[in-house]
Design a protein around this ligand. Structure first.
Ligand SMILES: Cc1cc2nc3c(=O)[nH]c(=O)nc-3n(C[C@H](O)[C@H](O)[C@H](O)COP(=O)(O)O)c2cc1C
Length: 193
């Protein structure tokens, strides 16, 4: 049965909330082993992230779901330091044919977070991974209240959540459902391979 790894960075905990929903979704598929991994900025030296135990878990996974907050229209610096540290895997194409997917949070409704998801997809494609889209229908079109509608922001490359940048801010129920849907989709597809 498949192993799905979720690797994310989160500065103030918002993206971590979405990561938890992605993990819950993956875990909802019977027989799936889920690795929940976080990028610790303290493990970055001279711009390069290092954590052998974390990388061993990614190497062992059938699918990797990447998550980052949107900082200045892109992934966070901490996530980019992690991505740069995957170059050794790229050189050996060690992650070729693994499934991949992604998610992000931002403070503004747009916040240029499409750029973050495009970067995550580019990272996966550089590794020869197979990118899994987010197939949740925008339920606002079905008449649902945006607070509970899945995919209210209408993103298909990956999961987007806009979270108020306040201590109480958290993803909407619909955003969490969208994240769970992605985790479950990746786990189901991984189990079929
Ligand atoms: C350095 C920095 C840059 C940011 N840049 C953007 C941005 O470009 N667009 C946006 O909408 N929000 C931006 N934000 C807000 C974060 O995307 C938002 O608060 C996010 O949910 C934080 O996630 P985290 O708690 O996982 O770090 C930025 C926040 C920080 C700290």
């Amino acid at each position: 049965m498949p192993t799905v790894a979720i690797i994310h960075h989160s500065g103030t905990g918002k993206t971590a909330m979405l990561a938890k929903a992605v993990a819950d979704g993956a875990r909802s598929v019977a027989g799936t082993t889920v690795s929940e991994l976080a990028i610790d900025g303290k493990k970055i030296t001279d711009g390069r992230f290092a954590d052998d135990t974390l990388f061993a878990q990614l190497d062992a996974a059938d699918a990797i779901i990447f998550g980052s907050p949107t900082y200045m229209g892109m992934v966070s610096g901490q996530f980019k330091c992690f991505a740069d540290a995957t170059a050794g895997r790229w050189f050996k194409q060690a992650w070729k044919d693994k499934l991949a997917a992604g998610f992000t949070t931002s403070g503004s409704p747009s916040g240029d977070k499409q750029g973050t998801l495009l970067y995550l997809a580019t990272l996966a494609c550089q590794h020869g991974m197979v990118w899994v889209s987010s197939d949740a229908m925008n339920e606002v079109y079905l008449g649902k209240d945006p607070a509970v509608a899945m995919n209210r922001l209408g993103s298909t490359i990956g999961v987007m959540s806009q979270v108020a940048p306040t201590p109480e801010g958290k993803p909407t129920d619909g955003d969490n459902a969208t994240a769970r849907n992605l985790g479950a989709r990746v786990a189901r597809l991984a189990a079929k391979r």
